[in-house]
Structure formats: C-alpha cells, structure tokens
Write a new protein. Structure first.
Length: 247
C-alpha cells in the first residue's frame, strides 16, 4: 500500500536521506504531533506548505511543492493512527467520544488526547477522509520516490490541487479517484482528461448512443476540451521525480 506526504520541495528531498519527522508548526496538517499521510491530498498539502514557506520569506526549494511516496508495508504499523478530523466527524453518528454539543475545536482536542485508543481505525480513516497519521518518524527507506514541482508551471494542475473540500461528506468515490489521479500525475504517471472533467466522458458517450449531427455538434466542444486538457496534462516541464534508488 502506498500513501503520500505533501510538503515543500526542500523537505521531501531531504526526506530521502533523513526520513520525515512530524511537523512542528506547519500549516495544513490536522495533527502537528504526527506525520500526515494521505492517499489523495498530498499535492494540496504541498501547496499549503509552499505558501507557508513563502509567507516566512523562505527561498529556493522551500517554495516548490514536494510529494513523497511512502510504502506503508515498510512502516511500523503499530504507529499508524486515524486522522483526528475523521474521528471528530465520523463519531457524530455514534455515542462515543466528547459530547456532540461541544465545539469542534474541543472535540478535536479530545480525540487528539485519546488518539491511541482509536489506532485500529487508521485504514477506515484513509478510506473515508483520505488520510491518516504516523506517530513517529517515517524512515528514509520507506520512501520510494519523491516529486518536486515548480509553481506556475501548469495552471490546470494547480487549479485542481486548490479545489478539494477535505471532509468525510465530500470524500466520495468520484472525488477520491480524481485526487488519486492527481497524485499519480505528480509521480510521473498518466492521467486522463476525463478524470479532471467527467462531463467529457458523459458527452462523448452520447456519440455512441446517437449518430445525429445535432449530438455530434453538441459534443464537439467536449472533444476540444478533452484535447486541451490532455495537452495541459502532458506538460510536466516543472516536475522532477526522484527515485530513492537514485540517491
């Protein structure tokens, strides 16, 4: 199983040699005492980390987006924990944890303090909100490859990375597929235009259902959009993927 970590380009490159330590005060993480791993949202977390670095007047690789691929089978699985936001949201359907009328910050603090009691739910956390936490340093040998992206190199990719609403309600199969594909794009893998805009697939399917000129004219703009998105997805000029074996 592969999960991903999003931070700055500097941080993920350094992680190839030193591993990933829990962030101290890095914006975009739901539990700063742990390393947040995600199946889908690493590019978004990388974007946030780079924005934070820019606000701190850092330069160079600190301003680039970084995504690290982690082989979960090489981790100490007893240190995996669910995301506290997942616990706070999912537990509202059950009589467990702090009172439902408590404020969200207070509920999150309660789950953070009792996180070890819910360790067995880390896989469910990945499935239902797309992330979990690792209570320790992710060793360098568990990092299979990293991607370093220079901002402003691909406006389409950046617009998609800015888009997600990260919660249990919005983490639908379609959304998860979209952001899994985005993560794979950062790792150098192919990505379909239909993942970015599912309406392309729906409208191209209409061609198979009818041979009328009206349907074909209606779908022509979706064909052009598919070609445009495909061209943008092929633009990886600002992306560098480094395998652990290359270090």
């Amino acid at each position: 199983m592969k999960l991903y970590y999003g931070s700055t380009g500097y941080a993920v490159y350094d992680a190839l040699k030193r591993g990933i330590n829990p962030p101290a005060q890095e914006e975009g993480y739901s539990d700063q005492a742990m390393v947040q791993l995600t199946s889908v949202y690493a590019p978004t977390f990388a974007m946030r980390a780079a924005i934070t670095a820019a606000s701190e007047s850092r330069e160079g690789e600190h301003l680039k987006w970084g995504v690290a691929e982690v082989d979960v089978d090489l981790l100490n699985k007893s240190l995996l924990r669910p995301d506290v936001d997942f616990l706070e949201q999912a537990s509202r359907m059950f009589s467990v944890g702090p009172p439902l009328d408590a404020s969200v910050p207070l509920r999150i603090e309660w789950y953070r303090a009792h996180i070890d009691e819910f360790a067995q739910y880390w896989k469910r956390s990945v499935a239902q909100i797309g992330s979990c936490n690792y209570s320790g340093t992710v060793p360098a040998y568990a990092i299979t490859r990293v991607a370093i992206y220079t901002p402003d190199s691909n406006t389409l990719i950046e617009s998609v990375a800015c888009d997600p609403q990260i919660n249990t309600l919005d983490h639908t199969p379609m959304i998860a597929t979209k952001y899994q594909a985005l993560t794979r794009w950062f790792m150098g893998d192919p990505m379909s235009a239909c993942i970015i805009d599912p309406t392309i697939l729906f409208n191209l399917a209409a061609v198979d259902r009818s041979n009328t000129g009206e349907v074909n004219r209606e779908t022509s703009r979706f064909i052009r959009r598919q070609e445009h998105i495909t061209e943008q997805l092929a633009n990886r000029r600002g992306l560098r993927v480094i395998n652990h074996s290359d270090i």
